[in-house]
Design a binder for this molecule. Structure first.
Ligand code: AHM
Ligand code: MG
Length: 336
């Protein structure tokens, strides 16, 4: 039997790769691991809603039942606030960021952004959902509270990013910029155990992932690329939970698209909470991530916390191919 490597052990071992590391990032990653276990416990109970109570009502014990995405948001905030390793948090569930005063004598240098429960429309029907997170080093004066500029850094400035997928098993995947590793939760011992070492995305895959129901709302170049995927006999897989779709693509190859539509002229997905962290992971695994207007996601200027972006992300050869289609069809209006 192979020796089990737990997430905590792995994170501590990796700290040695960073000569000037103070242990803060290590602590933060561990806090996120703890929050993930707490959220996982509640996600697993979601099917018992008819027994335990519906969100917005009181349950049998008279306690208010919370929506799961708000619960996840609260747990992540609690874990990060109490650790003292982080000086600010921004979440997809909150309008504004929360500055966290330092616990003297410590002055924390990291901020965390997250989408606590992505794909939350899938919870009621027992389909996988996920948590996405990104960690940046603060750029504001370390003596004061963190400020908006800390959260508006480009994705290329990420120090670490990851996701937790609450699926058939629960897996935490993260990168600190030196490859990507995945840890599956063993519920019997309550530990995330190293299960996917140094993940590399295949150059191509046999599936594409897009909400094909919006086909007629996409620009012509995107429609031509989707036609091409179908001509190539690629299979379509779309879960409607980005973490699940990206996880499949990371392991098996493929491309995920969320282009602009009439309803979402700038794309639907959030740059800070969804696109940047997942692009960081995919690039670290050898993949690519660009907007449907062909800019690298990680180089996109961030002007607002809840800014949206279009995205094409996944296997490098497939993203290049999509890019070629966009260049060809947007340059030749006569062919529309
Ligand atoms: P959410 O953050 O409100 O859950 O929305 C994000 C989700 C992604 O996980 C998923 O890829 C996408 O929205 C699905 O959107 P659509 O139903 O428009 O295809
Ligand atoms: Mg989301």
């Amino acid at each position: 039997m192979n020796r089990i490597v737990t997430l905590d052990e792995f994170i501590i071992r990796r700290q040695k790769d960073f000569p000037f590391a103070s242990g803060e990032l290590t602590g933060l990653l561990r806090d996120i691991g703890v929050a993930a276990k707490i959220v996982n416990r509640e996600v697993n109970k979601a099917g018992l809603v008819s027994i335990l109570g519906v969100a917005g009502e009181a349950n049998a014990s008279g306690d208010d039942v919370q929506k799961l995405d708000l619960y996840a948001n609260e747990k992540l905030i609690d874990c990060l606030k109490n650790s003292g390793e982080c000086c600010g948090i921004a979440s997809e569930e909150m309008e504004d960021f929360i500055p966290i005063p330092s616990l003297a004598p410590k002055t924390s240098k990291y901020i965390v952004v997250f989408d606590p429960l992505d794909g939350s429309s899938n919870i009621d029907v027992n389909v996988s959902v996920g948590t996405i997170f990104g960690i940046y080093r603060r750029i504001s004066d370390p003596e004061g509270l963190c400020s908006l500029e800390d959260f508006l850094q480009k994705g290329a400035q990420l120090v670490a990013a990851g996701y937790v997928l609450y699926g058939t098993s629960t897996i935490l995947v993260y990168s600190t910029g030196r490859g990507v590793n995945g840890f599956t939760l063993d519920p019997t011992i309550g530990e995330f155990c190293l299960s996917h070492r140094d993940i590399k995305i295949p150059a191509r895959g046999s599936h594409y992932s897009v909400n094909q129901g919006y086909y007629l709302k996409f620009d012509v170049e995107m429609r031509r690329y989707i036609d091409h995927c179908s001509d190539m006999n690629l299979g379509l897989r779309y879960i409607g939970s980005m973490v699940s779709d990206i996880h499949r693509i990371l392991l098996k190859g493929g491309i995920f698209l969320y282009p602009n539509t009439r309803k979402y002229p700038h794309g639907k997905l959030r740059l800070v909470y969804e696109c940047n962290p997942l692009s960081f992971i995919v690039e670290q695994a050898g993949g690519k991530a660009i907007t449907c207007q062909l800019e690298r996601i990680l180089d996109m200027p961030v002007e607002q916390l809840h800014q949206r972006a279009t995205i094409a992300i996944g296997s490098p050869d497939m993203v290049d191919e999509m890019k070629a289609f966009v260049e060809r069809y947007s340059a030749a209006p006569a062919m529309r």
